[in-house]
Design a protein around this ligand. Structure first.
Ligand code: AMP
Ligand code: MG
Length: 494
């Protein structure tokens, strides 16, 4: 039976300053819409057992296994630059941690499972639409090799939630190595609770950074490692045109995973100022601002753990200087990841000085010509292919600037050691053909929410684990929208 799921409770064994004990509020008539059988396998969960009545009850919060220890986690955060001392899981409940096949612990969390002590004015629930978005985008991110929280299941609750209109309710089971955020550190720092702050730092290191941190100056080391992970993450996001949309410090993971998929969306045509979120009036979280925002968020983390760094170094002045250096270094580390990833996206493995201008020139042409980000990169390999028919169909070579760029690029490729076939293979491994495009996701959500039709969701879900394999993906999922919706807006999903 399901009761065999072995829950560990390392987080809920921490002092009670870290969370509040709370049980999910049962829902009326839950049904599983999607169960992620691949993830079940990775987690040693038997999907046939989760498809039972008891399994459905578990994934909807109606049944709590006896060794689970349900809690909502405490955190604060800067939302759009404004400090909010008390946020916390307002609609999420952690049941405990389960081990995957490699014995790594993963948090098992229900999202949309009812009111918690941190709900403030919210209802603790989630509409089905945002649950579907988080499931599809987070799983896509995983298979696009971008660190991310995972999604195990989508449950329809059989109840309705009130938003700008009445919508069907949903519960997501989120699986994540960590739910600790920059805002968790800020929470204790703001309360001047240095005892909890230190416990949080030790827990973070023991659970996530044990192999990487040595010596006694662990807090400074931790800041450096988190900063590197964030730098890589942001470069990876940009490499697939991903815009997170709500990069508040409470949505910034301390292990460098993508977390919280509220108003996230993907760029179709390349435009660095793209920002979809309806509430982000000043475009704070636009595509191009993401590195600067991540750096700012890390500065907030540095500020919060400064007392620990100072204690370990025996000098506040030295702590400030070293922490500042880490924050300044972020920019170079990010840039180095960014250009290395984009080098791979144009088939380069060696480093040459001219590469940066080759990459930037392509991006400029893409911006000027309003070219689709994903398919332009994906189609680069076709320019090396002998099949002229394919060339004509997919790439517009009438643009002189683009034609000149292609010549320059091909010349640069001759300095690579790989033969053309190998470059084509490597290009196709670096440039996905399938990303969860906004118009596709919106249609799936609309059909599920308003027509009770889950077929588009189930059909699409079958393809997200092979985003580089265009041969088997239906063409409508990989082609850009015929008309770009310039007014496309996303919402936080609360
Ligand atoms: P987010 O914008 O999703 O990162 O959420 C920001 C804060 O609002 C977090 O503390 C959430 O737990 C809380 N929150 C979001 N939606 C709800 C809801 N429907 N009910 C209660 N709290 C919520
Ligand atoms: Mg959040």
């Amino acid at each position: 039976m399901i009761a065999d799921i072995q829950f560990n409770n390392t987080f809920s064994s921490l002092p009670e300053t870290f969370y509040k004990k709370v049980k999910p509020t049962p829902v009326k008539s839950p049904s599983i819409i999607i169960l992620n059988t691949r993830l079940c396998e990775e987690l040693n969960l038997q999907s046939e057992k989760l498809f039972t009545e008891q399994g459905t009850n578990l994934l909807s919060g109606n049944y709590i296994p006896k060794d689970a220890s349900p809690i909502s986690m405490a955190y604060g955060g800067h939302q759009f630059g404004h400090w909010v001392p008390q946020l916390g899981d307002g609609r999420a409940i952690l049941l405990g941690e389960i081990n995957n096949k490699n014995d790594t612990k993963y948090d098992f969390q229900l999202k949309g499972s009812g009111i918690t002590p941190y709900s403030r004015n919210g209802d603790g629930r989630s509409a089905l639409g945002p649950v579907i978005r988080e499931y599809l985008v987070s799983e896509s991110m995983h298979y696009l090799n971008i660190p991310s929280t995972r999604s195990l299941s989508i449950v329809e609750t059989g109840e309705y939630v009130m938003r700008d209109r009445i919508l069907p309710g949903g519960i997501l089971t989120r699986i994540a190595k960590s739910h600790i955020r920059v805002g968790t550190f800020q929470y204790f720092f703001a309360k001047n609770d240095l005892v909890s702050l230190k416990i949080l730092k030790d827990y973070t290191i023991n659970r996530y950074y044990q192999k990487e941190i040595f010596g006694d100056k662990t807090s400074l080391n931790l800041l450096k490692l988190i900063s590197e992970k964030q730098a890589k993450l942001i470069a990876l996001w940009q490499s697939i045109g991903f815009i997170h949309g709500v990069m508040n410090t409470d949505n910034t993971s301390i292990i460098g995973d993508t977390i919280d998929y509220g108003p996230c969306a993907f760029m179709d045509n390349y435009d660095p100022s793209t920002c979809f979120s309806s509430i982000d009036q000043n475009k704070r979280y636009a595509y191009k601002n993401q590195p600067k925002v991540a750096q700012w968020n890390l500065a907030m983390l540095a500020n919060s753990i400064l007392p620990l760094i100072a204690e370990e170094m025996g000098s506040e002045a030295k702590a400030i200087k070293d922490a500042e250096n880490i924050i300044y270094d972020f920019e170079n580390i990010y840039k180095s990841y960014y250009y290395n990833i984009f080098r791979n996206k144009i088939g380069l493995t060696k480093k040459k000085e001219e590469d940066i201008s080759i990459i930037n020139e392509l991006l400029e042409i893409m911006y000027d010509e309003k070219l689709d980000f994903t398919s332009t990169f994906r189609n680069l390999s076709l320019l090396l292919s002998k099949n002229k028919e394919i060339n004509k169909q997919n790439i517009n070579l009438t643009n002189t600037k683009f034609r000149d760029w292609v010549l320059k690029w091909k010349k640069r490729l001759t300095f690579e050691d790989l033969n053309i076939q190998k470059i084509i293979t490597s290009l196709n491994k670096s440039n996905p053909s399938l990303i969860p495009r906004n118009h596709i996701i919106e249609n799936i959500i609309e059909e599920a929410s308003f027509n009770n039709n889950y077929e588009p969701l189930k059909t699409y879900e079958k393809f997200i684990h092979k985003p580089y394999d265009d041969k088997n993906i239906p063409i409508e999922f990989i082609t850009p929208p015929r008309v770009i919706n310039k007014n496309y807006k996303t919402f936080c999903g609360t």
